[in-house]
Design a binder for this molecule. Structure first.
Ligand SMILES: Cc1ncc(COP(=O)(O)O)c(C=O)c1O
Length: 415
């Protein structure tokens, strides 16, 4: 029940134990094509270039940034937690002139603040995290696409922590590049980074295309390091070649990580079967129950209430309680893991996840029940039964609300 990785869905683990097939086996290439289609649904996009980057989530971030940023490009990074700092770090390593704006952890930027920063810094690219796991809040992105378009700025976001657990729309929100990971709300292991790129991003990336010797055919582009376009500074993360590997050309770039492909495909199949909106609702329901349960125990929730993610909650460690001792006891005595925290929040909050396969009623109630016992032993003044009781109340109210809403849905459907 930490902030990820979490328990993988058993269906994903089973898929990953399937036998390997050759790189150009028709089954393998069909899985690749099918996986592209499944992730279009997950990302809510029609982008042709929707694929997997082999590696953990930061591989997806590196591939997107190194393929879009040329040395000297201006990049704007609004930072509201640890992973904004990561975007800055990677953009700097790509040779960008990086401009940052920062707000206090637990809060987010207004669209006006971001537009003002765009006017001041005139970036080629806006790179911003959606849900920052370190602070448990999500930056609203829905108004930023129009702002970026108005100022001719490319728009990238990292949805590793938020995808499938919180409302997210690639096309409707005007994103040019989006990268994710499997280990949070997608219910898989880390090691594959689903990603999607708009036609505008693809055009930019392909303008830097340079096919490596040995797999190059006559007429394939080669970008000279001394010409006007600079070649992409990474071979492994060169999206122009990766697009050709996943596309009709089937360029023999890297060897696709077969078992990770099986896993990533299964994560998406699970979500598409459930329905992306239904999965987000499930996270809203169980995340809400966890949050109310923690409050029912007498704990204080961290972060601006209006922007809290559905899938991870930070709670203040009560005065006089040793955070790591409580985490240790929960793990040793109940087999339940919760998360510590980074940077300015280290030692101040615990982070508790309700995501992916773990976003369930039984996991929420069991965690609250165990947490109450461990907190009491640590000397915290917890309300007896308050956690499970408040979570039950939340479930009852949520069910009543959805039952009351159901006739309207039925009527709307009939119309
Ligand atoms: C928002 C966000 N971005 C990026 C990462 C980095 O992911 P990885 O460790 O899979 O490279 C994480 C990991 O927790 C994350 O939460």
């Amino acid at each position: 029940m930490g902030p990820g990785p979490i328990n993988a869905d058993p269906r994903v683990l089973r898929a990953m134990s399937a036998q390997l097939v050759g790189q150009y086996d028709p089954a393998m290439t069909a899985y690749m094509t099918e996986t592209m289609g499944l992730y279009r649904d997950v990302f809510k996009t029609a982008n042709e270039q929707t694929l997997l980057i082999d590696g953990t989530s930061r591989a997806g971030i590196e591939a997107a940034l190194v393929s879009m940023i040329e040395p000297g490009d201006r990049v704007l990074v609004p930072i509201f937690g640890r992973f904004g700092h990561l975007l800055r770090e990677i953009a700097e390593r790509c040779g960008a002139e990086v401009h940052v704006r920062e707000v206090e952890w637990g809060t987010v930027f207004t669209p006006e603040q971001i537009e003002q920063a765009i006017i001041e810094t005139k970036p080629k690219l806006l790179a911003v995290v959606h849900g920052d796991t370190s602070t448990t809040v999500a930056q609203p992105l829905d108004e930023l696409g129009a702002i970026c378009r108005a100022h001719g700025v490319l728009f990238y976001t990292d949805v590793t922590a938020s995808l499938a657990g919180n409302t997210f729309e690639t096309d409707a929100w005007g994103l040019d590049a989006v990268t994710a990971g499997l280990q949070k709300c997608l219910g898989g292991p880390s090691g594959s980074a689903p990603a999607t790129f708009s036609a505008k991003a693809v055009e930019l990336i392909n303008s830097r295309k340079s096919i490596e010797a040995g797999i190059r055919s006559e007429g394939d582009p080669v970008v000279s390091p001394f010409g006007s376009a600079t070649p992409i500074r990474s071979n492994y993360f060169d999206l122009s070649m990766i697009f050709d590997y996943w596309g009709a050309k089937r360029l023999n770039h890297h060897t696709e990580a077969t078992s990770m492909l099986y896993g990533a495909r299964e994560c998406a199949r699970l979500l598409v079967d459930e329905g992306i909106d239904a999965a987000v609702e499930r996270h809203r329901m169980h995340g809400g129950a966890m949050r109310e349960g923690l409050r029912g125990l007498g704990l204080r929730v961290f972060g601006d209430e209006r922007y809290l993610m559905n899938n991870v909650t930070a709670v203040y460690i009560p005065e006089g309680v040793v955070g790591d001792a409580v985490r240790g006891e929960l793990l040793d005595d109940f087999g339940i893991e919760i998360g510590t925290s980074f940077g300015p929040l280290h030692g101040k909050v615990w982070r508790i996840g309700t995501m992916g396969y773990n976003a369930r009623k039984d996991t929420v109630l069991t965690t609250l029940s165990a947490f109450e016992q461990v907190l009491r032993r640590a000397g915290a003044p917890v309300t007896a039964g308050g956690g499970v009781g408040a979570a039950y109340d939340f479930y009852t109210d949520a069910h009543a609300a959805s039952a009351a809403a159901a006739p309207e849905f039925a009527e709307a459907d009939a119309v």
